[in-house]
Design a protein around this ligand. Structure first.
Ligand SMILES: *Cc1c(COP(=O)(O)O)cnc(C)c1O
Length: 371
């Protein structure tokens, strides 16, 4: 709630003032303050807040999740290096790797990663790091954070995680031995579907390394949005708490519906990694997926919803749903999608904070219309 707050020393107001200046007094001791140097008062305050949420020494705020991901990766890799990625990744991250890495001569492998031996098997002399995403999008697979951290340390590799799906409320990977934590702040940190931003947190040394590249790539966040994001994060625990609760109730309810073939949610006891999720997560999150029965038209189901919005993106206080095949994962080849278990029947559901009975009714009514 309060970490990183700025004091209104002029008027004694209750909230952080917004300093929109792009021009600050020259100071020859320290690098001067400038938005693209990620060091204006509001930017610094927000970095401190997000670092505190993840139990990290330091952090940087970016103009989008992809700016955070691309900058963190490019800062830690150079020509000839090799990096290991989990197979199930955010579509944009996968596209960045495939399109940009060859231009820089950076090599990479994808691996399922459900067993930590999958990562070990890919380690080569030129491997520098392991990059993971758990729970994964959209099939909610769980990777063992402690085990990955251990394998990486033994081989002197860095580890990065995209912790967007869990949010800092449900999972703090640094405490489990992961080095660098990334968020698309467009999702839970923002939480109201009105902010595009990203964040990276880690040790002072790793953030300093990322900063050196970040100031050249220029992906900083405007102070207006920084201020709005700080405001949003104040309610993060309340929002995500309500989303966790609704998602658990919804997953249990959907499992019993005869129009549903399968529900993917780490909070369900029959999820293949439920025990692991229980160990490393403090809550199971607001994201779940389900497969409609064969023969049901996924697009018609989504368009038949009245309360739940069939929109892109996720993590807002309103429930939204999409078909990964038609939207979030449309850039992948059909083969890549099937390797992740993404079918034409799959619906990815971002649980909001509405009354759970309203959400259940809306889904049931749409299913009824097309059955
Ligand atoms: C949305 C998202 C991103 C990308 O974030 P942007 O803010 O859209 O650039 C990265 N990872 C995950 C898991 C996401 O959901």
């Amino acid at each position: 709630m309060h970490a990183g707050e700025l004091k209104d020393t002029q008027h004694g107001g209750a909230i952080s003032p917004l300093y929109a200046s792009t021009s600050y007094a020259f100071n020859d001791i320290e690098i001067s303050q400038y938005p693209r140097y990620f060091n204006t008062p509001n930017q610094r305050g927000l970095c401190e807040k997000i670092a505190a949420l993840e139990g990290a020494e330091s952090g940087l705020i970016f103009g989008s999740g992809m700016a955070a991901i691309s900058t963190a990766l490019l800062a830690h890799l150079q020509s000839g290096d090799h990096v290991i990625f989990q197979n199930d990744l955010y579509g944009g991250t996968r596209n960045f790797i495939k399109k940009e890495f060859p231009k820089y001569g950076i090599h990479y492998s994808f691996t399922q990663g459900l067993d930590v031996a999958d990562f070990e098997a890919e380690i080569k002399p030129e491997t520098k790091g392991i990059y993971i995403e758990t729970p994964s999008n959209p099939t909610l697979k769980i990777i063992d954070l402690k085990a990955v951290g251990k394998v990486a340390k033994a081989a002197s590799l860095w580890t990065m995680i995209d912790n967007t799906f869990a949010s800092p409320v449900n999972q703090n990977p640094i405490s489990l031995g992961i080095d660098i934590v990334i968020h698309s702040a467009t999702k839970y940190l923002g939480g109201h579907s009105d902010i595009c931003a990203g964040a990276v947190v880690g040790t002072e040394a790793s953030i300093a390394k990322i900063f050196e590249v970040a100031k050249n790539l220029g992906g900083s966040l405007s102070d207006y949005t920084v201020w709005l994001l700080e405001r949003s994060i104040k309610t993060l625990y309340v929002r995500v708490g309500a989303q966790n609760k609704n998602a658990q109730l919804l997953a249990q309810h959907l499992q019993k519906q005869d129009w549903i073939a399968h529900v993917y949610y780490p909070g369900l006891e029959d999820h293949p990694h439920h025990n692991l999720a229980r160990q490393q997560m403090k809550g199971f999150g607001g994201m779940l997926s389900f497969d409609l029965n064969k023969g049901m038209d996924t697009k018609k189901f989504l368009l038949g919803l009245e309360l739940v919005k069939p929109t892109m993106s996720l993590a807002g206080v309103e429930s939204t749903a999409l078909s990964p095949r038609l939207t979030s994962h449309s850039l992948l080849t059909e083969e890549e999608r099937l390797s992740q278990g993404i079918t034409s029947q799959m619906v990815r559901f971002s649980t909001g904070i509405e009354d759970i009975e309203d959400i259940k009714r809306d889904l049931a009514e749409s299913a009824n219309k097309i059955s």
